[in-house]
Write a protein that binds this ligand. Structure first.
Ligand code: C5P
Length: 220
């Protein structure tokens, strides 16, 4: 199989992670969750008493944590300074603070370099999911997908994942995080000009996966 690089971007709750993992597993590719890396650095900042709203403090500390991502789509892992971070990076506190940390240019340039080196070393190709993969991290990707869905559908999916969470509150938090991610100066959430947009509002996960697999096959 020829090596192929697939960039999958879009706001939260569009099915990026489930789609990316399934497509990578089906096609024998590696998988990288770049949101997990921004969450990991945010978790480190919180754990080390760095004020995430102080951009200078975040910039000064950005190079300190060692973040390692495992790229097996069947078992993606993430560690910070050797500690398993998979659970702690999904807390509400990290989710509410990650946009502030990910907006800091020093954080972005360090994490972007890390992402590029992981993509370069993926022997059979890789599916990389995030917000700025097609525009900034891997502008030469073989295929760029931009997933969208209505805010209602996205909130319903997220509330389904996190049991007992209010759909309206989830929707408000999602819309706020997307607005912050889309309006930051350095590599905001955006669709690349040459990305294929897929609206997942009315599609099942299996339909989205099939659609992306077909698009990858057309590129090989
Ligand atoms: O995908 P996920 O919701 O886990 O991403 C968490 C956050 O990480 C996003 O809200 C965004 O602030 C940041 N992020 C980013 N660039 C990426 C991926 C994620 O800024 N490529």
């Amino acid at each position: 199989m020829e090596s192929v690089i697939v960039a999958i971007d879009g706001p939260s709750g569009t099915g990026k992670s489930s789609t990316s993992k399934a497509v990578a597993a089906k096609l024998g590719l590696s998988y990288l969750d770049t949101g997990a890396q921004y969450r990991a650095i945010t978790w480190w900042m919180i754990s080390n008493g760095v004020d995430v709203h102080d951009a200078d403090a975040v910039a000064n500390a950005a190079a300190k944590p060692v973040i390692v991502s495992g790229t097996d789509p069947a078992r993606p892992t993430i560690t910070v300074d050797g500690a398993d971070a998979a659970g702690p990076i999904r807390t509400e506190e990290v989710t509410s603070k990650v946009s502030a940390v990910s907006a800091v240019p020093e954080v972005r340039s360090l994490i972007t370099e890390l992402q590029r080196s992981i993509a370069r070393s993926a022997e059979h190709g890789i599916v990389v999911e995030g917000r700025d993969i097609g525009t900034t991290v891997l502008p030469d990707a073989d295929l760029k997908i931009f997933l969208t869905a209505s805010p209602e559908a996205r909130a319903a999916r997220r509330s389904g994942e996190l049991k007992g969470v209010d759909v309206q509150a989830t929707k408000e938090a999602l819309v706020k995080r997307d607005a912050a991610d889309s309006s930051r100066k350095t590599s905001p959430l955006a669709k690349a000009d040459d990305a294929v947009e897929v609206d997942t509002t009315e599609l099942t996960l299996d339909q989205v996966i099939e659609c992306v697999v077909t698009l990858v096959d057309e590129k090989r």
